[in-house]
Design a protein around this ligand. Structure first.
Ligand code: TK8
Length: 350
């Protein structure tokens, strides 16, 4: 009796296992979706590098992604995380992705604009009224098509994460009007449009890699910089900057990206898993980034002289940077600029 029952359970198990094997075998034969057996057994190492330190929302999200990727790949992928520009600055890491000497990075769109012109569109000053409008445009077809364009440059864009709205800090004086910016040496990201915007606001801007910024401020090479609240706090910028104004002059998206050379070596199940998990972690990253920016905005009041602009005061800055739209529209692509502006409008009409 017992034996008979046992035998029939065993038989069912064998049948189920057999049909799973048959299905996967068939799928592999028809679609080639599981790649060769050789690829399947191989293990891969991803070195992921970012510019911010290990307290940032960006790093916390990378840790979450690492856990997910290692678990879901059944250990076939191992991920090593490097923060604080240990592997280089945003531009250098993208170049390493192109060469295939680094697998993953997550730069701001500003330096990406030097590889794929269209990315400059998101860095137009005062483009997005709030975080949610940015989500709406970045996650739309427009944002996704731009990610695809990275493939022409040897990079695979997986998802938009968030750096956030940027605010001006400086070591000289409170800034309430564009006149107060006159002559301030402001460090910008490496993107000529950012330089142009700061010139329009009266500053004396210098592009510089993020990793060099703290000591440049400390040594007085620059008077100021602009970054989101979380970065100003967590990178200890308040130690060398006394004044901050909530200019919110631009929203910086991050793009989580992988080297195409590396990606092409992966079996397709792992490729799909990377894309899927990058999008899942996106929700988490944006959420904690927003929470952190709100928290550190408050905390900075204890550390810095904080100027909060009225909407009239903000308008003066908006007006000052308007020429940048005309100056860069053709270079970015007039159609692209118009379609993004339309999409922002569509968001506001909802
Ligand atoms: C981090 C950079 C940085 C950016 C900058 O790698 O350079 O100011 O805001 O946070 O992408």
């Amino acid at each position: 009796m017992f034996n008979k029952k046992f035998a029939s359970i065993a038989l069912v198990l064998v049948l189920v296992a057999g049909s799973i094997l048959a299905i996967t075998g068939e799928a592999e034969a028809i679609f080639g979706i599981f790649g060769g057996d050789e690829k399947k057994e191989k293990t891969y190492t991803i070195r992921a590098g970012i510019g911010l330190n290990d307290k940032s929302a960006q790093y916390k999200a990378l840790e979450k992604w690492k856990q997910m990727v290692e678990k879901r790949s059944d250990g076939r992928i191992k991920m090593e995380l490097y923060h604080s520009s240990q592997l280089g600055d945003d531009r250098e890491m993208m170049e390493a992705l192109q060469l295939g000497t680094q697998e993953v990075t997550c730069p701001s769109t500003a330096p990406i604009g030097e590889f794929v012109e269209g990315f400059k569109v998101f860095d137009l000053p005062f483009l997005f009224p709030n975080n949610e409008a940015a989500d709406y445009v970045l996650d739309s077809k427009i944002g996704q098509n731009l990610l695809k364009k990275l493939e022409d440059e040897g990079m695979i864009g997986l998802a938009y994460w968030e750096n956030g709205f940027r605010h001006l800090t400086n070591s000289k004086r409170p800034v309430k009007t564009p006149e107060d910016i006159k002559g301030l040496k402001v460090r910008t990201m490496e993107n000529p449009m950012h330089l142009a915007a700061w010139r329009e606001m009266g500053a004396n801007p210098t592009p510089m890699a993020f990793g060099e910024l703290f000591s440049a401020m400390q040594q007085g090479v620059v008077d100021g910089q602009e970054n989101p609240w979380g970065t100003i706090y967590l990178q200890n910028f308040y130690e060398v900057q006394d004044y901050v104004t909530n200019t919110g002059h631009v929203y910086s998206p991050f793009v989580l990206m992988v080297s195409e050379k590396f990606y092409d070596k992966l079996p397709s199940d792992l490729q799909t898993m990377l894309r899927k998990t990058a999008k899942e972690v996106k929700e988490y990253q944006r959420r904690i980034n927003r929470e952190m920016n709100a928290e550190y905005r408050k905390k900075l009041k204890e550390k810095m002289n904080v100027t909060i602009l009225s909407s009239e005061q903000k308008s003066a800055f908006k007006k000052a940077v308007q020429p940048v739209y005309d100056e860069y529209k053709e270079e970015i692509g007039a159609d692209l600029v118009d379609s993004v502006l339309q999409k922002v409008e569509e968001y506001q009409q909802q």
